[in-house]
Structures are given as structure tokens and as C-alpha cells.
Design a protein around this ligand. Sequence first.
Ligand code: NAP
Length: 277
Amino acid sequence: MLASSRSALASARQCRQMSHASNKLSGQVAVLTGSTDGIGLAIAKRMGQEGARVVVSSRRSHNVERAVQEMHDLGLKDVLGVQCNVGKPEDRHNLIDQAVCKWGGVDILVTNAAVNPATGWLLDCSESVWDKLFDINVKSTWALTKLVAPHMQKKKKGSIIYVSSVAGFGGIVPNAAMSGYIVSKTCLLSMSKMVAQQLASDNVRVNCLLPGLFKTRFGEVLHADNEISKFMLPTIPMRRFGEPDEIAGMAAFLASDDASYITGENFAVAGGMQTRL
Ligand code: NAP
């Protein structure tokens, strides 16, 4: 595609995003992990457009700086960039401390960072790969929830969103390639329900977002390879991969008062893919 048509498409998409925004997160402080690219960045932008003050973060400082600049370019000024590898306890503490120090609390947490370090069947997974999958995809989500929950409980309000995957339901995607990753994503489905029960009486809501197949760097192995893509597309009733901004609206909705009576639920955004256990 020509560079000019690509930039025309990008600006049309940006206009569409802006036209959907309705300031529903005005004054809220949103902290997002893995939010310098793909789905996380799209959610960060949308939450900023909805009026939230946004903390974007990821492992690499140059990615953090680029993401902050992209947010500024959209006219979003209340943006803080923090380098955070969610696998490191000191980085997790620093992420939440910086948000609290700058804006006095955290109202929204989106745990989006995840890895899939190796492919193969579950019983062929090495212990080090297993540990990495569970440290990054599961333990960091639990640990960050523990860090933000007291701030939200004090305010008697908060929204926590875990980013899982339709793969967490165990079907459709080529399981042999991703089975350890799939188990880690299934854990988030039950973690959101357990934490939701614990925090419900303090008006802190916890929900899970389940992307289908999206055009991101992480999803490249499925959408960029013609052979795999030919196999995957028929599993998507809408017959196309999602664009990251197509999931951002659901995250903004779940974070907002429009979802004030919704907690402990799993929401797939997947172009109609089968999403039952
Ligand atoms: P992506 O485009 O590759 O972006 C991943 C982001 O996470 C980047 O900002 C990356 O930045 C950051 N990151 C990676 N490891 C990190 C770590 N240890 N600590 C902190 N940040 C880290 O990925 P994506 O496709 O948007 O995926 C986002 C989420 O959606 C993941 O939870 C993924 O499992 C889920 N998901 C994606 C798809 C899909 O089709 N794309 C489908 C189902 C579920 P740095 O490199 O700077 O750290």
C-alpha cells in the first residue's frame, strides 16, 4: 500500500476514534502495562480521548518515549511514560508509585503485557519457559492488582481490566504452537472472577477482555504468514483480523460508569469467533 494511502487510512481511523469518544473517563487516572504498541497503546489512546490521565509503560524506554509522543500528537497532554517490565517487582512498585505521586491515585488498571516465549505442546515446555509465562502473564497481574487495590478500596471505586485471549477458552488457535500461553491466559479468566468477588463490596470492578486475532506485532505469526492466515481466517466469521482500536472502545466502556454494575465477567472482542468453554 502507498505511504499516502496508509497515512490517509490512519487519520480516518483517528477521526473515527475521536468521534466515538464522549469524555466518559474524565478525571480518572489510568495505568496500563504493555501499552507502547498494539492493543495496549490503542486502549491508552482511547482512554486519553475519553478524558483520563494516562500512564503508559513497557520494558523499553525508547518505546515509552515514542508512545508518549504519539499521545501528545493526538493532543493528549495528561500522559506519563514509565519504563516497566512487569516481571520485575521493583518496576511494578515504581509504576504505581509514579502514578500515585503525580496524580494522587489509580482509578483504572489495565494489565495488558504478555509474552509467548516458545511454541510447542504443553508437556514439551521447559521449566524456564513455564516460569516466564506465569511470571509475566499471570503473577504480574496478581501483583499489580495487590498494589492498586488499596487505592481503589479507599476511594470505594475502581476498575481493573485483565487482557486475556479467546485462546484462554482453549480452542480455535493452533494449540500446539501456543499451549503454555493458552494455559496462562485461562488463569486470568478465573483470577478476574476471584478478585472481582473479593473487591465487589468496595465498588471495585474486575473484568477480563478477550481479544480474538488482531493485527499487532504479537499477532504477526498468525496474520502476516500467508499459509497460517489462510488457515485462521475461516475461523473468524467476520473474515478479517481486528485492528487494535476496535477493542479499545470495549476497554473504555468497562472502565467507565456505563459499566458500573458489571464485574467478574469475560468479554470477547473477536469478530464472532467461537468463545465457549
Ligand atoms: P504487541 O503489539 O506486541 O504489544 C506488546 C506490548 O507489551 C508492547 O508495548 C511491549 O513493549 C510490551 N511488553 C512486552 N513484554 C512486556 C513486559 N514483560 N513488561 C511490560 N511490557 C511488555 O502485543 P498485542 O498483540 O497488542 O498484545 C497485547 C495483549 O493482547 C497481550 O496480553 C496478548 O496476549 C493479548 N492478545 C493479543 C492478540 C493478538 O491477536 N494480537 C490475541 C489475543 C490476546 P516493550 O517491547 O517495550 O516491552
